[in-house]
Ligand binder design. Structure first.
Ligand code: AN7
Length: 359
């Protein structure tokens, strides 16, 4: 039988009823991939998994939240939706709006959106407005607009987004048969960390799992307000998805880290790009830079011995990294960070020599 999307699969856990017009692109049910080379860095008792959220319909985790947000907005009689975005929210909102004949406005920081994401919003027919400002300015604007006009906000301030996104935690538990011991994830506006923590807690409350993971969140060093403890005016990072200086769900993110006995830390762009290449070249997984931030964080924690006290001879544990967006979202970074192809004449010897292939 075909997978039915997160609303139908997790119906009783979501704010929907039989009357809700379900708008779905069959998001969710993404693979949980056991790593080969990354797991090896931890020794034989540790399994490191990748939750490949880039395989959602618009190639990021946002689709889980958007199916619920758009379905509930339609049920309330909405005619239009709006969001501010560093790119992925706009791509997802545009697609779900197209599917349901809603008007969609997306407000983005000019020149700061990865090419793949911009192309998605444009091709799905959203009204794309670029402002001369950053994401935080864009979010402040759309909050103001939605407080005055009949248009639904579909940023993760919308509780329906959190409800949908918590289903990823359910899927991880359903596959492992338990909660992992650690979950590592990138943090930007802090909706997703809020959603995962809610999902794990709910699954434990109803007895589907009997433990909770430690949540380890990572921000980019140039955009790490949760680590610095104050909003960052001009956030800077190669990971444009998480170039956010004043997260909307600040308190919830801090609570998730504290309640779970985890942490929120930061990683440098260099570390992000190292993890980006490692995932691509040692695991066969292409992600966008923001997603690589969590693996960069995992490597950083491992290096400083964070996991040592858990690595006892007889104790096995699982670490799940949330790979939030596909690498094709940001082809510019991929090309810029890789050696260009060598150009040679159409000649066998020249090709083999350029490929450094000795037979
Ligand atoms: C790939 O699209 O904020 O902490 O406007 O695209 O829930 O914000 C994207 C965020 C991580 C951070 N990874 O999640 C937007 C937007 C990717 C992302 C995050 C985003 P939150």
């Amino acid at each position: 039988m075909q997978w039915e999307g997160v609303i139908r699969h997790y119906f009783k856990h979501l704010p929907v009823s039989e009357k809700t017009p379900v708008v779905t692109l069959l998001e969710g049910n993404t693979p949980l991939i056991l790593t080969t080379n990354i797991s090896r860095m931890f020794g034989e008792h540790v399994r490191v998994y990748l939750k490949y959220e880039g395989l959602n319909p618009t190639a990021s985790f946002k689709d889980r939240g958007m199916t619920v947000a758009v379905s509930c907005a339609l049920e309330r009689g909405a005619k239009a939706i709006i969001c501010a975005s560093t790119g992925n929210t706009s791509a997802s909102a545009s697609a779900y709006a197209a599917k349901s004949n809603l008007n969609c406005i997306v407000v983005i920081p000019e020149g700061a959106i990865a090419l793949g994401k911009l192309s998605q919003a444009l091709v799905h027919g959203a009204k794309v407005v670029a402002i001369k400002g950053n994401f935080d300015d864009a979010l402040a604007l759309v909050r103001k607009i939605t407080s005055r006009y009949p248009v639904e906000l579909v940023n993760s301030l919308n509780p329906d987004r959190i409800e949908g996104q918590k289903t990823a935690a359910f899927e991880i538990c359903d596959v492992l048969g338990k909660a992992p011991e650690f979950q590592v994830m990138p943090v930007g506006n802090a909706g997703n960390i809020t959603a995962y923590w809610k999902g794990y807690k709910e699954y434990k409350e109803i007895g589907n799992v009997d433990s909770l993971p430690r949540i380890l969140g990572f921000q980019a060093a140039g955009a790490a307000p949760l680590v610095e403890g104050y909003p960052v005016k001009n956030p800077k990072t190669v990971a444009t998805a998480i170039k956010i200086g004043n997260p909307a769900r600040w308190k919830e993110a801090v609570a998730a880290a504290e309640e779970s006995k985890g942490l929120i830390d930061k990683v440098e762009d260099e570390e992000i790009l190292h993890a980006y290449r490692l995932l691509a070249q040692k695991e066969g997984i292409f992600v966008e830079p923001a997603s690589a931030a969590c693996v960069a964080g995992l490597i950083k924690l491992n290096k400083i011995g964070y996991f040592n006290k858990y690595k006892k001879v007889d104790s096995k544990f699982d670490i799940v990294c949330i790979l939030t967006g596909h690498g094709l979202k940001d082809p510019d970074v991929a090309v810029r960070e890789s050696p260009p192809p060598e150009v040679v004449p159409p000649d066998e010897g020249a090709v083999l020599e350029a490929a450094n292939f000795k037979g």
